[in-house]
Design a binder for this molecule. Structure first.
Ligand SMILES: C[S@@+](CC[C@H](N)C(=O)[O-])C[C@H]1O[C@@H](n2cnc3c(N)ncnc32)[C@H](O)[C@@H]1O
Ligand SMILES: [Zn+2]
Length: 192
């Protein structure tokens, strides 16, 4: 860990690399900034499609674009941006906050040294079935989706499963058929 850093990047059980607490972090503490290049939506869509294609080929599955506001996004695909490695989970300990055009990651509860930093990517419901979630928490909804859309997703998955197998009483979300949609997997932050 470099001096002053509260985090460290290392291999994650959820996916590829993740970001972990390098010391004890208190609720409400600012941890690190999501750094990168501020770009317009058109450029963001262009780069997003390229990154998605590259990640599909490499199997890495990583697109590091963060939605800043209605006009701009942050392309965080740079070596100096450790925050790009933060994984999504259905149980979180961090949140991303838009502070006057800068994205900062804050602790939403006390975090012990060694815990993986996790926030909700807030993906739109329309695209979530393209992004299975492997966070491993008991409350995992099966897909990377915004908190406000979890209920809706659970209901749809339940109905689909019933149609596929009317006899079946319980089943995991991963059994649902994904529907392919256009590219949109920019992460979102709470606005301050
Ligand atoms: C911003 S990157 C996060 C860092 C990533 N682990 C890496 O090594 O590059 C986002 C990508 O990580 C993967 N990812 C993050 N959270 C995930 C989760 N809960 N379940 C499955 N894949 C996840 C997905 O492929 C997603 O597109
Ligand atoms: Zn999950």
């Amino acid at each position: 860990m470099s001096a002053g850093k509260k985090h460290v990047v290392k291999k994650s059980k959820i996916h590829g690399s993740g970001v972990f607490a390098a010391c004890r972090i208190s609720e409400g503490e600012r941890i690190l900034e999501y750094l990168g290049e501020k770009i317009g939506k058109e450029e963001s869509n262009r780069r997003g499609l390229i990154y998605e294609e590259m990640s599909r080929k490499s199997g890495g599955g990583a697109v590091y674009i963060f939605e800043l506001d209605d006009e701009y996004d942050i392309d965080g695909n740079f070596e100096y941006n450790d925050a790009k490695y933060i994984n999504h989970a259905c149980r979180t300990n961090c949140e991303a906050v838009n502070e006057d055009g800068s994205i900062w990651i804050y602790a939403t509860r006390d975090i012990e040294e060694g815990e993986e930093l996790l926030y909700n990517y807030g993906y739109a419901f329309e695209h979530c079935l393209d992004h299975p979630c492997r966070c491993g928490f008991p409350e995992c909804v099966g897909y990377i989706v915004a908190v406000e859309d979890r209920k809706k997703l659970r209901k749809i998955l339940r109905n689909r499963r019933k149609k596929l197998n009317p006899e079946e009483k319980t089943c995991t979300a991963q059994n649902a058929e994904p529907s392919l949609t256009e590219t949109d997997n920019a992460q979102t932050a709470r606005r301050e």
